[in-house]
Design a protein around this ligand. Structure first.
Ligand code: MG
Length: 409
């Protein structure tokens, strides 16, 4: 759905997508190339929608790309109709600015379609730095030492990088001010490569708003490979499984804690903590999936602070370790092995409690029970055993520049 409504007193967004850059486009302009299954342009529009963009978002496109554009934005709501660009970026921006003339938003942010990583807080910071007389641009302080080529392939001079910034987008201005400056530049035949330069030429101060190097303009094939990796955390996750096994004996007492809940029984489980054999087993399965020791390693039984401890502390710790690695738990499959008590009547409460402790969906938790046909220690009702399998997903290992997996070195 498109809409032509623009809220005034707001900031409008102009996304410049008219470039012909085929170099890294795989045969089509690079802003339409797909990253993680979605066009670069669509990712970029999404960033501004996530920010808010109350003044409307409009793209400037090349007339030849209308089909690519229509495909790229299919289903995006509240996007203003596109306008066609001109022969240069500068002309394209001017066409885009003119298209907002009637709506006359207070401020406008101009952004390159090929920068799909712009963070909402950078957009906010640029927007906040604009006033009626001052523009603002996202920019990044240079970190590399600069060398000037002497012309013979050798270094002619080393330049100071003090005070040098690399200009990025968004670049934001009072709408009226930048429109007038652009019109004047056109009339005066001035050609520049970004809108800040137009503003500077018109005597408009432009604030530098620090942005990260990750707000990259996708230009080369290497930029696209890196962008694909950054955009696709879920395409090739690292799936891991871990296994847990634990046993606790019965001792005289009244009632068990099993699977995080109280279960009436004429004995209790013996252990240093609350002896919840089910939670211990799941905890160990999660540590196993992370290849990060076991419950005794993280919570030594020699440490008096864990005496009588509720075992949800252990389980939550294991879940937090998964989260700390930007991972998630996709499945827990627990089997409780005993003759008695009967597990079936308590199964749903256990699943609910385990889901609560791990803060994951109930549909990811399985609790099963079996007996050993009166064989062995569980068959003689001397205690309860439990096994569990945990499945987790971790982000894919970072790829080294040559494609080699850094984990494999
Ligand atoms: Mg145990």
């Amino acid at each position: 759905m498109t809409s032509n409504t623009i809220a005034t007193n707001e900031t409008a967004v102009l996304i410049v997508a008219a470039g012909r850059g085929h170099r890294a486009g795989g045969g089509i302009p690079k802003q339409y190339r797909k990253l993680a299954g979605m066009s670069v342009l669509r990712h970029t529009i999404g960033r501004f929608q996530a920010w808010g963009a109350k003044g409307g978002i409009r793209c400037v496109i090349h007339p030849d790309d209308i089909d690519l554009y229509t495909d790229a934005v299919a289903g995006i709501e509240h996007l203003l109709d596109p306008v066609y660009g001109g022969a240069t970026r500068q002309e394209s921006v001017l066409n885009g600015l003119r298209s907002f003339q009637e709506a006359a938003p207070d401020r406008i942010l101009i952004h390159d379609a090929a920068r799909p990583f712009v963070a909402p807080d950078v957009i906010s910071a640029v927007d906040a730095a604009i006033d009626a007389r001052t523009g603002a641009i996202a920019a990044c302080p240079l970190v590399d030492t600069l060398k000037r080529d002497a012309g013979d392939g050798c270094v002619g001079a080393t330049l100071s990088r003090d005070g040098l910034w690399a200009a990025q987008t968004p670049q934001g201005f009072s709408f009226e001010t930048i429109l007038q400056a652009h019109e004047k530049a056109l009339a005066d035949g001035i050609a520049v490569t970004d809108d800040a330069a137009i503003a500077e030429g018109a005597g408009i101060p432009v604030r530098l708003v620090e942005s990260g190097r990750d707000n990259v303009k996708l230009t080369t094939e290497a930029d696209f490979s890196e962008a694909e990796r950054r955009m696709s955390p879920d395409l090739f996750p690292e799936v891991r499984t871990g296994h847990g096994y634990d046993v606790h004996a019965f001792e005289p007492g009244n009632g068990l804690i099993l699977g995080g809940i109280d279960i009436p029984y004429d004995r209790r489980l013996k252990g240093h903590s609350d002896a919840d054999v089910a939670l211990h087993t799941i905890t160990d399965a999660l540590y196993g999936a992370l290849a990060d020791g076991d419950i005794g390693h993280h919570f030594p039984p020699t440490d008096p602070q864990w005496k009588g401890a509720a075992s949800d502390v252990f389980l939550r710790h294991a879940g937090d370790l998964v989260r700390a690695r930007q991972g998630r738990i996709t499945a827990i499959d627990l089997t409780i092995i005993c003759e008695a008590p009967k597990i079936g009547p308590h199964r749903d409460r256990m699943r609910k409690r385990i889901a609560e402790i791990l803060d994951i969906g109930l549909e990811r938790i399985s609790v099963k029970a079996t007996t050993t046909e009166r064989l062995g220690f569980t068959g003689r009702s001397e205690g309860i055993a439990a096994t569990a399998t945990a499945t987790i997903m971790l982000p894919p290992p970072a790829a080294a520049p040559n494609g080699e997996n850094v984990h494999d070195r």
